[in-house]
Design a protein around this ligand. Sequence first.
Ligand SMILES: *Cc1c(COP(=O)(O)O)cnc(C)c1O
Length: 388
Amino acid sequence: MAASPETARSSTVGSSTGGSAGLDSGIEFEIHPSQARVPAAERERALEAPGFGEVFTDHMITLRWSAERGWHDGRLEPYGPFSLDPATTVFHYGQELFEGMKAYRAGSGEVVLFRPRDNAARFNAGCRRMAMPELPEAAFLRAVELLVSTDKDWIPSGEGNSLYLRPFMIATQRGLGVNHPSSEFLFCVIASPAGAYFGATTAVKVWLSEDYTRAAPGGTGAVKCGGNYAAAFAAQQQAAANGCDQVVWLDAASHEWVEEMGGMNLCFVYGSGSSARIVTPALSGTLLPGITRDSLLRLAPTLGIPATEGRISVPEWRDGCASGEITEVFACGTAAVITPVGSVLGASGGWTIGSGAPGPVSMRLRSELIGIQYGQRPDPFGWLHKVA
Ligand SMILES: *Cc1c(COP(=O)(O)O)cnc(C)c1O
């Protein structure tokens, strides 16, 4: 551990990067550089085929909150395990929230984040639902920028490759009382080099989950909390047992309306060629408001592809594929960007979407969005946030 750490204020590093100027949360991060960084040769080897979420960088960010002190003790420090009392709240009641975002190495060598303020805003919406303290947007951004700029050698180059960032917060109060939220929290950011996910060139087969429900009105479906994922594994196992890659979630009340696929939003392509248009299930309160979903809703119309939010039922999906009205379906999210869906299976049978292979509208939207993220296309919406 460095004997006298430097202190980086959120108004210093980062303010010249075009993003944080004018935002100063007053939250500071002490810099404790790792004395045991992964040697360059070993790092380069890890970056050749990084996979997803298996390898982590040299550092992490930690920041604590308590009812008395508010946010305090921000640090950039060596990546490593936590030591927590077995009676810590998060282990028992799952008070936890996370985000998922990426840093990209653009063609020019610049390191950029994609719409990071939207992740900060969504994180705070999640904090409100989960009765957790909100983190000032400037501190969230500063934490992410500090980790990315410190560990930028871990960002793999090449299209589809990125540094996946995982900000999260856990309840760290000790005790088993359940009548109130935790009075202490730990915010942390870790980073993991990521290769192209799922491959995108093969379409997935999805399982319609009629036994299980991901989210109900009034629940936590609209926020990125770990509990949603914990409750989804059994359905994912059922999908795999039926030869499917992913679960499609339906509405809780009737299991008739399509909501999401696994941890991604869904998008339906109607028509083809110059008459193609996309429809994605509306945010009803039980869907996660994906930033990729929102980006496609805004980007597609600029490419001549009208985009709307709507309601799609399972019979409409099946009949639309049979009539040829629905030509493609894809899922979208930060990790995999766009994953084409090729076929559907449920308890009462299945069907193929289009030819069963990735379709042209899905692949076009994918390459246009990736083109913006990697700085190869203009960025008309100002979505890129330069870090280093
Ligand atoms: C994270 C997530 C998404 C996608 O959100 P992005 O911001 O596009 O990455 C969709 N659905 C669920 C359930 C998620 O957790």
